[in-house]
Design a protein around this ligand. Structure first.
Ligand code: FAD
Ligand code: UDP
Length: 372
């Protein structure tokens, strides 16, 4: 097998970036992907003139100019700003937690009034160090918002009581004293016009890269290890080692996509259902990512249901708690001792709750390291 310099396992953002950069340096690359399409979780597909995000809403956001310029080589981005709305038993609240939310929740009008209300609510946790997600949320924003906008959503999403979840999960949510519904604090944000799949297509479009979909690395692992001088592996690191140190934990999802014969189903791209009873966490309406595109009498929506993960399911989210992070470190050590011709990358290979910009950054870092 002298034909290829690299085998890349997984045609997602990490694998494709590595393949593109390797080919740019004259290396020959074989890419295998177990799904029947490329692009991993950022895969989008056109339905009725609308790009459907097949694996959940994907909004590109970053403060890293290098990463932003890099991704803009492959697509033009629109001005989409993520501003999800929460539906709690029919009451509608703007997210992230900002003056609009506080005004809707408590009727306050000024930042001083909002702060006074938040401080009053935080009293419950006064002098106590938050030990879990519930306590962290209450000390951050108070009980009213915790009960209506956080508890139900979080317990559905993670399948655990908020009192048993680590506090760090909630630190991702910004709190603002301005009337600004932008979910992210980053400098750059948008959605690629024409979808994400084109980015991966362009990255893999080279005479030096061969791509095969519908191929699982584990069907011929030993042969691949023998035949290829170097492998870039973006699947699950614990599976690579046959779970020999134990299983890392993941959270899975189920997506239910439906075409509707209405022009505008919910009036926003993302609506979160934050009560405990609704079985899904959010509904996305894809046409609202695109401003005026698509059939005016039709729309496509996707409900996102959280699910337990068992072997064979799609591992959408690593669960980065202490136990799993410690176990991951042992796998990473094993990798450096026993698999030094394998680069482990991406959300699953590095077992990190990475956003797209972080995956790109990690892939470009791996490239620099490999070709220094
Ligand atoms: P993946 O996209 O998972 O690619 C890995 C590929 O490897 C997959 O295609 C998989 O099929 C393949 N593979 C695995 N094992 C094997 C094997 N044994 N053999 C062959 N192929 C294999 N990020 C943002 O920045 N903004 C967002 O708004 C955002 N929203 C998200 C919403 C959801 C619901 C989810 C799940 C993620 C979201 N992300 C978001 C994160 C984003 O999807 C990831 O950062 C990115 O797609 C990870 O790229 P990757 O290449 O590491 O992994
Ligand atoms: N979250 C919440 N209510 C919401 C949205 C998010 O409590 O309406 C919490 C929830 O615990 C979630 C975390 O914030 O897991 C991070 O949310 P984000 O939208 O950043 O996650 P992702 O899009 O990656 O699933």
């Amino acid at each position: 097998m002298q034909k290829y310099d690299y085998l890349v396992v997984g045609a997602g953002l990490f694998g494709a970036t590595f393949a593109y950069e390797a080919a740019k340096r004259g290396k020959r690359v074989k890419v295998i992907e177990k799904r029947n399409h490329i692009a991993g979780n950022i895969y989008t597909k056109e339905v009725d003139g609308i790009q459907v995000h097949q694996y959940g809403a994907h909004i590109f956001h970053t403060s890293n100019k290098e990463v932003w310029d890099y991704v803009n080589q492959f697509a033009e981005f629109n001005r989409y700003t993520n501003s999800p709305v929460a539906n709690y038993k029919g009451e509608m609240y703007n997210l992230p937690f900002n003056m609009n939310t506080f005004s809707q929740m408590w009727g306050v009008r000024t930042p001083a009034e909002a702060m006074a209300k938040i401080n009053e609510q935080r009293q419950e946790m006064a002098g106590k160090e938050p030990q879990n997600l519930e306590e962290q949320a209450i000390s951050l924003i108070g009980r009213d918002i915790y009960e209506k906008l956080i508890k139900g959503y979080t317990e559905k999403q993670w399948g655990q009581k908020a009192t048993e979840l680590p506090a760090f999960i909630i630190r991702r949510l910004p709190v603002r004293l301005v009337y600004d519904n932008n979910y992210f604090n980053d400098t750059y944000q948008g959605i690629p016009i024409g979808g994400y799949t084109q980015i991966i297509e362009k990255m893999l479009d080279s005479d030096l890269i061969d791509v095969e979909t519908g191929v699982d690395f584990f069907d011929k692992k030993d042969e691949y290890l023998k035949d290829y001088p170097k492998i870039v592996f973006t699947g699950m690191i614990d599976q690579f080692f046959d779970y020999r140190l134990g299983e890392l934990q993941y959270r899975s999802l189920r997506f239910e996509t439906e075409e509707k014969n209405v022009g505008n189903y919910q009036g926003n791209a993302v609506i979160n259902y934050t009560d405990a009873e609704t079985p899904y966490t959010r509904i996305i309406e894809h046409k609202h990512f695109e401003f005026g595109k698509g059939d005016k009498d039709k729309t496509v929506i996707t409900r996102e249901y959280p699910a337990d993960w068992h072997r064979g399911d799609e591992p959408y989210y690593p669960i980065n708690n202490q136990r799993n992070n410690d176990l991951y470190k042992q796998y990473a050590k094993l990798a450096s001792e026993q698999a030094n011709n394998v680069i482990f990358g991406g959300r699953l290979g590095q077992y990190r709750y990475y956003n797209m910009d972080q995956v790109l950054h990690a892939a470009l870092t791996a490239v620099k390291e490999e070709f220094k």
